[in-house]
Design a protein around this ligand. Structure first.
Ligand code: APR
Ligand code: PHB
Length: 393
């Protein structure tokens, strides 16, 4: 058994774990990150692309905002399309000047990984059987195996940044945790293609055939989604079939502007809302997808990981600098207050924009009334705008 010691053991090298690791490193707090897969595998994941100013600020605080500031696309509005029309929501005008930044999660994960490598901070990849232990006591530790050797990391705290399927939340005794979940009766079929986006801003489309989203990664790389069955077979979709279905779901003026081309990534993602309460168990703190999942309709997953890490880092820094546990004791309640606002918003956007099997005629009319109110009321559009750009930390 190889024994190591650190102040904060971080399980998970996604955005949450990497951001926390970088902030702790800059604050002189020793930490080790463990992940079960390689850096290359993590960088191969295709994920979200919309950053709130709060998340962008966290990257700046971590000293990794340079490429995002140079290459990220500031956006001041989105379009909501339905009944053949596109309606712009002036995000910036209705949120006191806030914007969102289009910058792929893969890119910011790379920026954080590069910073960690440059800092010489310890990350252990392809670690197997990672498990948190004794986090309800004063001497927590993490075990893992690598290359056939068992290891133990003694630490002060454990950050469970290991995503929805990770071991941290699952290590919490059932009576100590309560979960809330809604699984949606559909998924998103998404593609990436090296073609210019159909529009300068994102288009969220409600259509009788199903939801569609027009997004992007840059001015030359587009990201499109269409609502599909939760168990849709991605291999049943040729690029041509995807493009035709996407166009059917967009207003005619937008559909004729779509530039098609070969996809280089195509996948189906399920949609669920999930929250675990609390987010702290003694010396174990859950952050990011380990604690909550939102349907991507509101583009909140990555942004919630950032605000969780803001609260957790502040608590850890306060502990090591001032000897106070106040921030750590407040972590779960503070994080969950913001999580539930984003969960609500993501649920609302999903409910308003998707076709549900049990909607029925009454539900259909309610959805149409919701959309008409949204684009006809300053108050309704302002409510969407302030949630989309991100509520305060
Ligand atoms: N042992 C070690 N690491 C693990 C284990 C395990 N048993 N299980 C999962 N992990 C790692 C995964 O390999 C992954 O790299 O934990 C990491 C979790 O990262 P993410 O899933 O990206 O979660 P998070 O950092 O919270 O970021 C949330 O990612 O999934 C998107 O929509 C989500 O944009 C949001 C963001
Ligand atoms: C994306 O670009 O992947 C994206 C954008 C907005 C969303 C969801 C996904 O709401």
């Amino acid at each position: 058994m190889g024994n190591q010691r650190t102040q904060v053991a971080i399980i998970g090298s996604g955005p949450a774990g990497l951001l926390l690791g970088q902030l702790l490193h800059l604050a002189g707090i020793d930490n080790i990150i463990l992940d079960r897969v390689s850096r290359e595998y993590i960088l191969g994941r295709v994920r979200a692309g919309v950053l709130e100013e709060g998340a962008a600020g966290m990257l700046a605080q971590a000293g990794v905002a340079g490429r995002m500031e140079a290459e990220g696309l500031p956006h001041e509005g989105i379009a909501i399309a339905f009944s053949g029309q596109r309606h712009r929501i002036d995000l910036t005008g209705m949120s006191g000047g806030k914007r969102v930044i289009i910058y792929g999660q893969t890119e910011l994960t790379k920026d954080l990984m590069d910073a960690r490598l440059a800092a010489g901070a310890v990350s252990i990849h392809e670690a197997e059987d990672v498990l948190p232990h004794d986090f309800d006591g004063d001497a927590p530790y993490v075990t893992y195996s690598k290359d056939g050797t068992s290891h133990r990391i003694d630490c002060d705290f454990i950050a469970g940044c290991d995503g929805y399927h990770g071991p941290s939340r699952q290590a919490v005794p059932a009576p100590a945790i309560h979960t809330y979940e809604r699984v949606y009766p559909f998924g998103w079929l998404g593609i990436l293609a090296e073609v210019p986006p159909v529009s300068e801003e994102l288009i969220y489309a409600n259509h009788p055939r199903g939801f569609a989203l027009c997004s992007m990664r840059s001015r030359t790389r587009s990201r499109y989604y269409i609502q599909c069955a939760a168990d849709e077979d991605v291999d049943a979709w040729t690029d041509e079939a995807f493009w035709e279905e996407l166009k059917r779901r967009l207003p005619a003026e937008a559909a004729e502007q779509v530039v098609t081309g070969p996809s280089f990534e195509k996948s189906v993602a399920p949609l669920r809302s999930f929250v675990a309460e609390p987010m702290r168990f003694g010396k174990l703190f859950l952050a990011g997808d380990a604690a909550h999942i939102v349907p991507p309709t509101g583009a909140k997953g990555l942004n919630l990981a950032a605000s969780d890490i803001h609260y957790l880092f502040e608590g850890l820094r306060e502990h090591y600098r001032d000897g106070s546990l106040a921030g750590l004791d407040a972590y779960s309640a503070r994080a969950l207050a913001r999580v539930w606002q984003a969960v609500r918003f993501s649920w609302w956007m999903t409910t308003m924009l998707h076709r549900f099997p049990d909607t029925g005629e009454f539900g259909q009319k309610i959805q149409e009334a919701e959309l008409a109110y949204l684009v006809g009321s300053q108050a309704a559009a302002t409510a969407l705008a302030e949630n989309y750009v991100g509520l305060p930390y």
